[in-house]
Design a protein around this ligand. Structure first.
Ligand code: CA
Length: 225
């Protein structure tokens, strides 16, 4: 689950990114409206967390541009302004939620999860394939009812594959779902991750397989007897 954070206060942005990272999200962080715009044009995000007081423009202009393009990505607005007028302006321009500073990290995480569960949002509650079940809210997997413990990155990779089960998922799509911009990444990181995930599924008795289509990507499918 990849999020974009547009916040110019370094300390606050670091704090938010760390908190969301711990909660299992990959977070791209930018500090200006222009960089936010550029990121939104080049990448698909599940949720955008948008500060209104940015150095180069009002955050609402980023929101207006996004909605102007017909993009319905969830946007949670962050602001220190507490006027009713600002709140109404934000919601009128298509913000999905509104959080006043200061806020508790748990509150922001809870609001992000609400956005992900929205009808038409990207987070179905449970994904299933064969005897494999993935609870995308609790971030837990089960094989034939038995808990299967996976790392954060294994979970992220599996989620992408399950959401597109039966279809080929490119290596780049998996990378984008798991890693934030600029994160150190070995050239064979995805191969190693998929290899490990495949072994874990196999030893847990999952009746699904992750096929490798060399040079193309990966595909999750039912195991054929
Ligand atoms: Ca600010």
């Amino acid at each position: 689950m990849r999020l974009l954070l547009i916040e110019d206060n370094d300390r606050l942005a670091g704090f938010i990114a760390a908190g969301l990272g711990k909660a299992g999200f990959a977070v791209d962080q930018v500090a200006t409206a222009a960089d936010g715009e550029a990121a939104l044009r080049s990448m698909r995000y599940e949720v955008v967390i948008l500060d209104l007081g940015l150095p180069d423009a009002d955050g609402l202009t980023v929101l207006a541009a996004l909605r102007g393009r017909g993009d319905s990505t969830s946007v949670i607005v962050l602001t220190a302004r507490d006027g009713v007028g600002d709140r109404v302006a934000g919601l009128n321009q298509g913000a999905d939620d509104y959080l006043l500073k200061p806020f508790a990290m748990e509150e922001l995480i809870a609001r992000v999860r609400v956005q992900l569960r929205r009808p038409g949002g990207n987070l179905g509650l449970c994904l299933t394939q064969g005897n494999l079940l993935f609870d995308t809210v609790a971030r837990q997997t089960r094989v034939a009812g038995q808990p299967l413990v996976l790392t954060r990155r294994e979970l992220d990779a599996l989620e992408v594959l399950m959401r597109r089960a039966g279809r080929v998922v490119s290596k780049v799509a998996i990378e984008e779902a798991i890693y934030a911009f600029g994160e150190e990444l070995e050239s064979n990181a995805i191969e190693v991750l998929i290899h490990r995930l495949r072994k874990r599924l196999q030893s847990a008795g999952a009746d699904v397989v992750i096929q490798t289509l060399r040079g193309v990507g990966y595909l999750l499918a039912d195991k054929t007897p």
